[in-house]
Design a protein around this ligand. Structure first.
Ligand code: CP3
Length: 344
């Protein structure tokens, strides 16, 4: 029997007050992150430096005592380790040489994948002994569709024009890319678990851009494959899915992937989630990250509404998407205090 509240919640237990953590809890809103980041050099240098990656993972825990730590890394280490070199330019986000043809794809491959990711796995190993004994360690990866959008577009995108053109126009090439990313992601997640990750979150940030048929095939399909593989090969390790923007398809996602927990984006109606999703699995979410910037009574009201509707559990308090850099650290303290003081 685990005593970690986060893992008990994922096993389906209602917990009062609910465990909490925040997506992107380590990051630029914290001055100590900006200081460590400046010492590391580039953002990817930070991801591949176990000593500094452990340090930035622990920073938010020291201030706010979250119930879970999330490995500090990025979803784009997978394309980087597959041989598609990723760069982060200040203020521009990620840049990659785009994959648009079979020749581009032929240059990528899984041999040596885990060697290139060894520093990230080492970070997990160190974190598993460095975090407080009641804190759970979350490993993560991007979902194949979201990672593929960056690989095909060559960076961020507003309409995913290149990715969708490949999906519909060159379905065999797209399927081959998705299979490569899915296989690499599975190996990477198993390695994180073997190094000490106690739960896994799969981030499908751009799932909501897919029409229903494609959502079922390319968001639900790979998530089910990854959840099945983890459940079969490392039984007892729970999986949280985050199909951001899925709308009413959240239900099919939960039913058909077999995830243990689902992370709700900001738009999911609370009463609907309580009625439809919470009987199926543990739910996590979904405070608007901009309320954490705004603060004040609006923040308190937003927190209270979520707790009143979902707090009876099984529930994990979180945001509906990642913390933004403009967040005042004092507002995060206000949130942590309010969630921990809740008694139902
Ligand atoms: O949650 C955590 O604290 C763990 C770390 C984490 C990061 N990225 C650190 C990061 C996690 C889980 C991610 C996931 C991630 N990365 C996603 C999925 C979740 C989401 O937020 O939608 C996506 C789409 C990415 C890709 C990515 N990484 C982009 C588009 C950017 C640039 C945008 C930006 O905020 O600058 C990043 C960079 C990034 N990843 C930063 C951090 C702390 C900022 C980099 C910096 O310090 O300059």
């Amino acid at each position: 029997m685990t005593v970690k509240p986060f893992l008990r919640a994922l096993a389906g237990e209602p917990i009062t007050p609910p465990p909490f953590w925040l997506m992107r809890q380590a990051g630029r809103y914290l001055p100590e992150y900006r200081e460590t980041r400046a010492r590391a050099g580039s953002f990817l240098d930070l991801c591949y430096n176990p000593e500094l990656a452990v340090e930035v993972t622990l920073q938010p825990l020291r201030r706010y005592a979250m119930d879970a730590a999330i490995l500090f890394s990025d979803i784009l280490v997978i394309p980087d380790a597959l041989g598609q070199s990723v760069a982060f330019r200040e203020g521009e986000g990620p840049i990659l040489p785009p994959i648009r043809s079979a020749r581009d794809l032929d240059r990528l491959g899984t041999p040596g994948l885990l060697d290139r990711l060894a520093p990230v796995i080492e970070t997990v190993r160190r974190l598993s002994t460095a975090i407080p004994s009641t804190t759970a360690l979350i490993g993560f990866a991007g979902a194949p569709w979201t990672v593929a959008t960056y690989m095909i577009e060559g960076g961020g995108s507003k309409d995913f024009g290149h990715a969708k053109r490949m999906m519909w126009g060159e379905p065999q090439l797209f399927a081959r890319l998705m299979e490569l990313v899915t296989a690499a992601t599975g190996d990477y997640l198993i390695a994180q678990i073997d190094a000490g990750a106690e739960a896994i979150q799969i981030f499908d940030t751009w799932a909501g851009a897919l029409p229903e048929t494609e959502f079922r095939r390319w968001a639900i399909g790979p998530a089910r494959h990854l959840a099945d593989r983890i459940h079969a090969e490392r039984p007892g390790v729970p999986v949280i899915g985050f199909p951001r923007g899925a709308g009413v398809l959240y239900r099919a996602y939960v039913e058909e992937t077999g995830v243990d927990g689902v992370s709700l984006d900001t738009s999911v109606p609370l009463a609907w989630a309580a009625e439809v999703l919470q009987p199926l699995c543990t739910v996590q979410g979904n405070l608007d990250p901009m309320l954490l910037v705004a603060g004040g009574e609006a923040l308190d009201t937003g927190i209270d509404r979520i707790l009143a509707t979902l707090g009876k559990g099984p529930f994990i308090f979180n945001l509906g998407h990642g913390i933004v850099p403009a967040t005042p650290p004092g507002n995060v303290a206000r949130l942590a205090d309010r969630v921990k003081a809740w008694r139902g």
